[in-house]
Ligand binder design. Structure first.
Ligand code: NAD
Length: 703
């Protein structure tokens, strides 16, 4: 990497797409590159893809660039325009280092560069931030053009983004968003996975995931926090003040957050990981405390840690099925159980069946896929049988959004609830009279839950959104509020941590009982956050807060900027895994039971409303955690600079951003939301939300 002065960096940003051909950049084998994409285009469509790519460049360069781009398309299935990858170091710089006429635009440049930082991005040279296909831009020409536009725009312009492509700068006004982003917004009938492959290869659409295409990704901290509060609340559901034992699987990309979260949540955790390299990586990072490859050694160590009430995270380097069976055979009391193997991808390396080594599995999945599939299914049946034995002795097991129950069910494992009866509001009454949340399933044959439409039953274990995130967080407006200190100074982040903790402490004194637990968890989290060294890339932090919490924390930051206690503006945002931003029937809105879980009005309204209430940028995406065509999600970024305008934007926009989702959840008859929105109406003149009337079951039963 060539060392560059700030002036040279600024010059390269201002240059945008250079008029002459830059030097070719060699393909760096040390970087984690995106997999080769499907060869899906017809010959005619390939010509179109090239024509599309070349429109970013002056005609005199076309003869030279065309064969190069054709080769990229052939080799990688996409045209990334590697030659145009910038030569400067890719990382979030302090805001004042960006060439800009708008401070808001400079903050957006910082966020974009942070997403693309090789320490942060999954496949940085292919502009993929996370999740295998979560893109910020489709190619380097788009990146260069966007940075140039941002460097020259004023607060009287808005940049319009179509799936990574900058349509241009349009006149607007200082209270309008500086950037409006759409990603993957296609006509609904053209939203199958292959449609994405095709449109992305032609350079006209992209999978923005959630925070990738909205410039809001902050590295692994988000998943550590989400996992921590899930584990904390799962532990709370178990009850009692004894030391809890949490057993799970997976130390991969996101699942690797489990042991760290277990430590922060104060439990003993055991995470099985079949791949020694993945386990070693997390051990070297300090995310897991102990590695064990012998169950004879592990089981006594677990019993001892629980007895001594010693918070510790252990990895079992082996197959999770062996672990579950041994725990069940030896009658170890497990309080919490889950699984984060990659069962959304069961036949190609997401799940390794018991009885085979890693290498044997890899060989079999390539050479005898049918036999491999049978092994996976047999393994899942054994895994569930052991889990069921422990659950019958009191373990609380939950699905972690990785399709564990779905695939286990398809494999014929005993995961289905028996003998339940529907009651009012879509709840289920089981044989023992217990009432749990119902799991409505999509009947469409393409659905990941289509297996259930014929069996017409529900899982005996809940998913983490149905049981924890939905009713405990989203329904009350608690969601993943995050911020970035644009000074780039860790001291600023420490100030914001302190201010946020002070606000939460204040709130716990007067808050209603039903949200005390969430406040306490997040207070615990933010007090520990500095010590847990969670920052990778920009000086960012995340916590879960409700409308009041988010607003008060943001106002405290704005005041600190005004006083000069914080040295530079702060970017506020959130991920899309939230109360209002995301319509996703298999995740964020899986606890909506009035039939509207497949409607996406909320996500769209959310972003429109944010845009005219003070967001600095807004984004709306097709795709996200659970797949293209399965979810619509929206988000925002807001730059606060210590001004009165920022105070107003905070109050108006955060209010809408949280409460529109609570209102929708209330209309869906979610109890927590009905209470929360009534409380909000009492406090807020001008807020008038339509409330549902509940029907007695007998009236419907007697029809
Ligand atoms: N609900 C959420 O918020 C959420 C968050 C993160 C991940 N997920 C889901 O969790 C899954 C895991 O995500 P990831 O990014 O960590 O994937 P990953 O593929 O990087 O990690 C999964 C790990 O499981 C290990 N594994 C597979 N089979 C095993 C077995 N039988 N025994 C022991 N170890 C085994 C693999 O070696 C791998 O390291 C995905 O399906 C993802 O969609 C959900």
């Amino acid at each position: 990497m060539k060392a560059m002065t700030t002036e040279q960096f600024q010059q390269e940003i201002r240059l945008g797409i250079p008029a002459t051909l830059p030097e070719a950049r060699p393909y760096d084998p040390d970087i984690n590159h995106a997999p080769r994409r499907k060869d899906i285009l017809t010959t005619e469509q390939k010509r179109l893809a090239l024509r599309n790519a070349l429109r970013y460049f002056p005609r005199e360069l076309h003869a030279q660039l065309a064969p190069e781009f054709a080769e990229e398309l052939r080799k990688y299935g996409r045209i990334y325009m590697y030659r145009y990858r910038p030569t400067y170091e890719m990382r979030a710089r302090p805001i004042d280092e960006y060439p800009a006429r708008s401070r808001q635009a400079a903050a957006i440049m910082l966020m974009i560069q942070n997403n693309l930082d090789p320490r942060v991005a999954q496949h940085p040279h292919e502009l993929i931030i996370y999740g295998g296909n979560g893109a910020i831009f489709q190619n380097w020409a788009q990146y260069r053009l966007v940075m140039k536009y941002l460097s020259e725009m004023t607060d009287n312009q808005t940049l319009v983004m179509y799936s990574g492509h900058p349509l241009g700068l349009f006149p607007s006004h200082p209270n309008a968003p500086r950037v409006v982003v759409t990603n993957g917004m296609v006509i609904p009938n053209y939203s199958k996975p292959d449609d994405w492959e095709r449109m992305n290869a032609m350079g006209v659409s992209q999978y923005g995931q959630m925070t990738a295409g909205s410039y809001m990704y902050i590295g692994p901290q988000g998943i550590v926090h989400g996992t921590t509060i899930t584990v904390l609340n799962a532990a709370r559901k178990v009850g009692g003040d004894h030391m809890k034992l949490f057993v799970t699987a997976g130390l991969g990309g996101m699942s690797g957050a489990q042991p760290k979260a277990g430590n922060i949540a104060g439990v003993v955790s055991v995470t099985a990981e079949i791949n020694p390299k993945a386990a070693q990586k997390r051990f070297d990072q300090g995310w897991v405390d102990e590695l064990h490859d012998s169950l004879d050694e592990l089981i006594p160590a677990v019993r001892k840690a629980v007895a001594e009430k010693r918070v510790v995270s252990m990895a079992y380097v082996g197959n999770v099925v062996d672990l579950w069976e041994r725990l069940a055979d030896e009658d170890v009391h497990v309080d919490l159980g889950s699984d984060q193997t990659s069962l959304h991808n069961p036949w190609a390396g997401g799940y390794y069946p018991v009885g085979l080594t890693l290498e044997e599995s890899k060989q079999m999945m390539a050479e005898d896929p049918e036999q491999f599939k049978q092994k996976v299914q047999a393994s899942l049946r054994r895994q569930v049988a052991a889990i069921n034995r422990l659950a019958s002795r009191g373990m609380y097991f939950f699905d972690y959004g990785n399709a564990f129950l779905l695939e286990a069910g398809r494999a014929g494992a005993d995961v289905f609830e028996k003998g339940e009866k529907k009651t009012e509001n879509g709840k289920l009454k089981t044989e023992n009279g217990e009432v749990t949340a119902a799991k409505e399933k999509k009947a469409d044959s393409s659905s990941q839950f289509s297996v259930l439409s014929s069996q017409l039953t529900t899982f005996r274990y809940p998913s983490y959104v149905q049981d924890i995130m939905g009713p405990m967080f989203f329904d009350y407006g608690f969601g993943p509020f995050r911020w970035v200190c644009t000074s780039g100074d860790p001291a600023d982040l420490a100030v914001t941590d302190r201010l946020a903790a002070e606000v939460l402490e204040e709130m716990t004194k007067t808050s209603p009982a039903d949200i005390q637990g969430q406040l306490a968890d997040n207070l615990h989290w933010i007090r520990e956050a500095g010590r847990n060294h969670l920052v990778v890339g920009s000086q960012a932090r995340i916590l879960y807060a409700d409308c009041e919490g988010r607003t008060r924390i943001a106002l405290a930051f704005n005041d600190a900027i005004r006083r000069g206690e914080l040295k530079a503006p702060v970017v506020l945002g959130r991920d899309h895994h939230d109360v209002s931003g995301t319509d996703s029937p298999f995740r964020e809105t899986s606890n909506i039971y009035d039939g509207s879980q497949f409607c996406a009005d909320m996500a769209v309204q959310n972003v429109i409303g944010d845009a005219f209430r003070g967001a600095t940028w807004v984004s709306i995406h097709n795709g996200g955690g659970v797949g293209w065509g399965e979810v619509i999600n929206g988000g925002f970024g807001m730059v606060i600079d210590g001004s009165d305008d920022s105070d107003r934007h905070i109050r108006e926009m955060l209010f809408w951003d949280v409460n529109n989702g609570i209102a929708r959840r209330s209309w869906a008859r979610n109890r927590g939301s009905m209470d929360a929105i009534k409380r909000q109406m009492e406090k807020t003149p001008g807020l008038k939300v339509t409330l549902p009337n509940l029907v007695d079951d007998e009236i419907l039963d007697n029809l």
